[in-house]
Design a protein around this ligand. Structure first.
Ligand SMILES: Nc1nc2c(ncn2[C@@H]2O[C@H](COP(=O)(O)OP(=O)(O)OP(=O)(O)O)[C@@H](O)[C@H]2O)c(=O)[nH]1
Length: 200
């Protein structure tokens, strides 16, 4: 097996309101296992450092970790994913972080590895499908922070809106790779996902 990536921290965002799902997406399950834990286990095959970024640590009974995974609390409260990404960038000991959402059931670590190898000094290296970037499956450099903080201050909370102020590289996904960015927002999405994966 090739060596793990040490110079990037992988951070899984698991804050947010989960209002469309109706229960906290951090506790989504797949085959009786937390999806979040499955995701982290996959990321741990690639990265030496993997953390969770949560809106409030109290959602996990042990406030410092969840199933042995370190939990960092949002430094920017109630700002959505951009607050979670900024927290990861502020707290990481590495120059880059890889960000993904906790509600993506099929992340492909080979794809993430491929993206990592494609990084070429961009501030953001984001995957995209049919020309639509997915900011919650992307590498970010610490130098993005001032732009993010400015946007948070102005109340402009869409991560994509920062891209025109940053050096951004795009990794265009093919139809197979697109599965990695499928996410589950509603109970209907779960039903559809179960059906596609022959789980019921
Ligand atoms: N750490 C952190 N993560 C967040 C925050 N808001 C959203 N996320 C995460 O970002 C990802 C995408 O979140 P969304 O589905 O857009 O938002 P949400 O608030 O979780 O859900 P809705 O209320 O249904 O929009 C998920 O993994 C969320 O857990 C936040 O304020 N802090």
């Amino acid at each position: 097996m090739s060596e793990k990536i040490k110079n990037v921290t992988a951070a899984v965002l698991c804050g947010g309101k989960s209002s469309r799902m109706g229960f906290d997406k951090a506790f989504l399950k797949d085959n009786e296992q937390y999806l979040l834990v499955q995701t982290v286990q996959k990321l741990q095959t690639l990265f030496t450092q993997v953390v969770l970024i949560s809106n409030t640590k109290t959602k996990f009974s042990d406030q410092k970790e969840f199933c042995g995974i370190p939990v960092l609390e949002d430094l920017f409260s109630e700002k959505g994913p951009i607050g979670g990404i900024s927290t990861a960038l502020k707290q990481a000991q590495t120059e880059y972080v890889f960000i993904m959402a906790c509600d993506m059931p099929l992340p492909d670590v080979n794809l993430i590895g491929k993206m990592y190898r494609g990084l070429n000094l961009e501030q953001v290296f984001v995957c995209s499908y049919r020309k639509k970037p997915e900011p919650l499956f992307a590498f970010y450099h610490k130098s993005c922070l001032p732009v993010f903080e400015k946007h948070i201050e102005k109340g402009e909370l869409r991560p994509r809106s920062t891209f025109s102020f940053l050096k951004v590289g795009i990794y265009e996904l093919n139809d197979e790779e697109k599965k990695s960015i499928v996410n589950l927002n509603t109970p209907k999405d779960i039903q559809k996902w179960n059906q596609t994966n022959n789980k019921q």
